[in-house]
Write a protein that binds this ligand. Structure first.
Ligand code: SF4
Ligand code: SF4
Ligand code: FES
Length: 336
């Protein structure tokens, strides 16, 4: 069948342009096969990365029909089924990384951010002398999903948080962070949780857009791994020990206050919510000051809740929350 490939091309620091190639091609072949045909028989100047041709090495990640994917994974037929025009596939380089040439991007930042989470089992755990560090099949099983990452960069390419916040390490790095955190051999759990508990670079930098889960070709589900790290951090903190870092701990305090208020009243007492999250129990005057314009507007419009009516079901809700909390504390370190 005839298929049109619209490929975004550019060289370093030059504006991009779109080039169109029309191929007579078997729809069962992959997009990577089509790129090879273009390069071998039509235009040898087209640049792209590839290696295994079998969804193993992660080299051929690029944007296909508007989302990051491996060129060697889906058939042309599958891609056409999700294309906007019935006979056209659009191809562009991955996002969030500078383009070197055509579909080849500079992945230096990607690797540096991976290094920033210290993605190795901690050093003392590696000093085994003559011995072995045995893991039970159950412990090993916890590493399977995150361990499937082939570091292709697809999640990083489509990450909304990376697009607006250059400090955010990215979904690939946090998925790997979880991989090490869940490893029974690692002995740096406390330090890791402190490091990942960062409002800009760590887990709280994620905007929960879900893109990483959608595009990951290996079902690593980075967002789910980020949520597991958040859960592990929440287990180690209370509302009171978020005081020290004040504004930096706000996302964490937001969740802790929310849980505590629901435990107290069955639902959220909005009068206390802002005071405890932003005001940090009257310890953060700048945070408290930031509430004044909102409070004034609410008062002006008659929407300020002077009284709080607890939920009639609070007697049921509290034991439920406490049961979940004690289950999490008593269960394995990081739930899989
Ligand atoms: S988490 Fe998935 S999308 Fe991200 S780098 Fe690993 S394999 Fe690729
Ligand atoms: S869910 Fe979070 S980490 Fe994943 S792509 Fe969106 S912002 Fe990035
Ligand atoms: S060429 Fe290796 S994953 Fe596509």
């Amino acid at each position: 069948m005839q298929v049109i490939f619209k490929i975004k091309r550019q060289t370093l620091r030059q504006p991009s342009h779109e080039q169109t190639y029309t191929l007579d091609i078997e729809p069962g072949l992959t997009v990577l096969d089509a790129l090879n045909q273009i390069k071998w028989y039509h235009d040898g100047t087209l640049a792209f990365r590839k290696n295994c041709r079998n969804t193993i090495c992660g080299s051929c990640a690029m944007q296909i029909n508007g989302r990051a994917a491996l060129a060697c994974q889906n058939s042309i037929r599958q891609e056409l089924a999700q294309a906007i025009a019935p006979d056209t596939i659009t191809i562009a380089p991955m996002g969030n990384m500078p383009v070197i040439r055509d579909l080849v991007v500079d992945m230096q930042g990607f690797w540096q951010n991976l290094g920033a989470v210290d993605p190795y089992v901690s050093a003392p755990a590696r000093q085994l002398g003559e011995g072995e560090f045995l893991q039970s099949p159950r412990d090993r099983e916890k590493l399977n999903q995150a361990g499937n990452c082939i570091l292709c960069g697809a999640c990083y390419s489509d990450c909304n948080a990376r697009e607006v916040n250059p400090a955010f390490v990215g979904p690939h790095a946090l998925a790997k962070a979880y991989r090490v955190l869940a490893d029974s051999r690692d002995q740096a759990r406390g330090d890791r949780l402190e490091a990942y508990n960062n409002v800009q670079s760590g887990v709280w930098g994620c905007t929960r857009c879900f893109n990483c889960n959608t595009v990951c070709p290996m079902d690593v589900a980075p967002l789910d791994r980020i949520s597991q790290i958040k859960g592990a951090i929440l287990e180690t903190k209370t509302e009171d020990n978020t005081v020290a870092a004040s504004a930096l701990d706000r996302p964490l305090r937001h969740r802790l206050v929310l849980i505590n208020l629901v435990k107290e009243g069955g639902w959220i007492d909005e009068r206390k919510f802002g005071l405890r999250v932003l005001g940090n129990g009257f310890r953060d005057w700048r945070g408290l000051g930031s509430l004044i314009p909102l409070g004034a507007r609410m008062l002006g419009r008659g929407k300020f809740p002077f009284r709080f009516h607890p939920s009639p079901a609070r007697g049921v809700i509290r034991p439920l929350i406490e049961a979940v909390q004690s289950w999490r504390k008593g269960g394995s370190r990081v739930k899989s």
